[in-house]
Design a protein around this ligand. Structure first.
Ligand code: ADP
Ligand code: MG
Length: 480
């Protein structure tokens, strides 16, 4: 749109001003300066970009920020349209010169928004690949890419996640030197993204000039595809390599994507060689990810692999308490216990139940009681028969090992029965909150110290693949 700069109050002008304040100088210079308004008719704000590459990049990484700020600026609901101006929407402006300093935080993620950004991606002239890791930081804004809530202080630690949590703390205290890479494994909704971002927050808190890049594998894959398509792989590489800490979420999505694996491999090596921290999360263990090149797999195993298990009852209650406190939801102990007993395998669902219950209570103007919880959450509650008791667990263990319940409850010794019995005791403790005397009772009247020892023994042996596999499989049968 010609003359948009002359109109001080134009929507685009105001949006640009807001972006100037919100984004780092570099991101602004690199990306926003390439945008110009091509349509502003009260229902659509059209932004022209100089080429398809820039259009794609902005679509993938910055559109969410643009939309968010646009929504704040205009009372009416406006559609934001990004257009390739090289296709006939008028000449694109010359990009503003780009400073040679690297960004403080490189966050080319749509979901994540950004603080600083992939300056090099937009630059029309080649930049030196050595992006000067020790250069001074830019005056970037807060790292919007990281969810504010995903910090260590909001992460509840219990036996199910204490190793992963401790490793994450260590890595954030000594990035690049403790475990590199750190591989965080766990099923969906168990806190992988939370822990990964908590590492980023903690590193930035200690060293605000650290360049932390949090990225989903999906966007990484997309960036590589776009880089190849537009012959800009050098620039993509620069973005992923010019950071001090690389946090990649859900790496299992790289399976089967050979070129992306190749890129990841070299990116990883580059970080590792320079003792820069890499942390990845996955819902599968390295050896379970199919179609993963051996050399990439072996890189994952160089460092430390830690896992997140479904939280035990006490941890689930503590998570509910913490969430209720931070959201100001009045949650009585009996209701917390009721929800925690009903939702067992996924923290996201656990939180979802609390939010649903709280919304319902406030809409109805009712207090949150067990009766209300039963009513509101009946769809997500497991049928009565699936409520976990020691008996249910003992039966499931017997079925898994193909032994008789009576044998588990007997005094018979021998390996074939001792391990299943210990696992049954371990799982009873973990999932029912029963006391050791109660567990001993459920296993045929054993002493409470037998139950206690069994619990500790299995806990210690969880890093043995065989023991872990049995525990996982019984849990899967019980919880899914
Ligand atoms: P994943 O990435 O493993 O699928 P997320 O990290 O997205 O899981 O976690 C799902 C939700 O559960 C998030 O809101 C997260 O804050 C919460 N959550 C998971 N584990 C914990 C925990 N131990 N303490 C507090 N909140 C947790
Ligand atoms: Mg996640």
């Amino acid at each position: 749109m010609e003359g948009e700069d002359a109109d001080e109050a134009s929507l685009w002008q105001r949006l640009r001003d807001v972006l100037r304040g919100r984004l780092s100088t570099q991101v602004y210079a690199t990306w926003v300066s390439q945008m110009h308004c091509v349509q502003d008719d009260g229902s659509v704000l059209g932004i022209g970009l100089p080429n398809l590459f820039t259009l794609d990049w902005i679509n993938n990484h910055y559109k969410a920020v643009l939309e968010e700020e646009l929504a704040k600026l205009s009372a009416a609901r406006l559609e934001l349209r990004l257009l390739d101006a090289s296709q006939g929407d008028g000449p694109a402006p010359e990009p503003e010169p780009v400073s040679s300093r690297p960004s403080r935080i490189v966050v080319p993620s749509k979901a994540a928004a950004l603080t600083a950004g992939p300056r090099a991606m937009a630059s029309q002239r080649p930049q030196p690949a050595s992006a000067a890791p020790s250069s001074p930081p830019t005056q970037g804004a807060e790292p919007l890419s990281l969810n504010r809530r995903y910090t260590f202080s909001s992460f509840v630690t219990g036996p199910s996640n204490e190793l992963a949590s401790a490793a994450a703390h260590t890595v954030s205290e000594r990035p690049g030197t403790a475990y590199n890479p750190l591989f965080i494994f766990g099923r969906v909704g168990l806190g992988k993204t939370h822990l990964l971002q908590a590492i980023g927050h903690a590193i930035l808190k200690k060293n605000p000039s650290a360049r932390v890049l949090y990225q989903t594998t999906e966007t990484f894959v997309n960036d590589v595809i776009q880089g190849i398509r537009f012959n800009r792989m050098d620039e993509v590489r620069r973005v992923y390599r010019a950071c001090d800490v690389l946090l990649i979420d859900d790496i299992q999505f790289i399976a089967g994507k050979e070129t992306c694996q190749e890129e990841f491999f070299h990116t990883f090596n580059s970080h590792h060689d320079q003792r820069r921290q890499v942390v990845v999360t996955s819902d599968k263990l390295p050896h379970e990810i199919k179609d993963l090149e051996e050399r990439v797999r072996s890189r994952f195993q160089w460092g430390l692999v830690v896992d997140l298990q479904p939280p035990e009852l006490e941890t689930r209650i503590a998570i509910l308490r913490k969430k209720a406190d931070s959201d100001g939801i009045p949650l009585a102990d009996d209701v917390a216990m009721f929800i925690a007993q009903s939702v067992r395998s996924n923290v996201r669902e656990l939180e979802g139940c609390l939010i649903r219950l709280s919304a319902y209570a406030s809409l109805q103007g009712q207090p949150i009681t067990i009766a209300l919880a039963k009513n509101v959450l009946k769809d997500v509650m497991p049928p009565k028969s699936q409520v976990l008791t020691c008996d249910v667990i003992v039966k499931a263990v017997a079925a898994h090992f193909d032994v008789k319940v009576a044998d588990l409850k007997s005094t018979r010794r021998g390996k074939t029965i001792a391990l299943p019995r210990q696992i049954a005791m371990y799982l009873c403790r973990k999932h029912t909150g029963s006391s050791y005397p109660e567990i001993g009772q459920a296993l045929g009247g054993k002493d409470h110290t037998t139950a206690l020892n069994a619990f500790n023994r299995i806990k210690e042996r969880l890093d043995e693949p065989e023991v872990r596999r049995h525990v996982d499989e019984v849990e899967r049968a019980l919880l899914d």
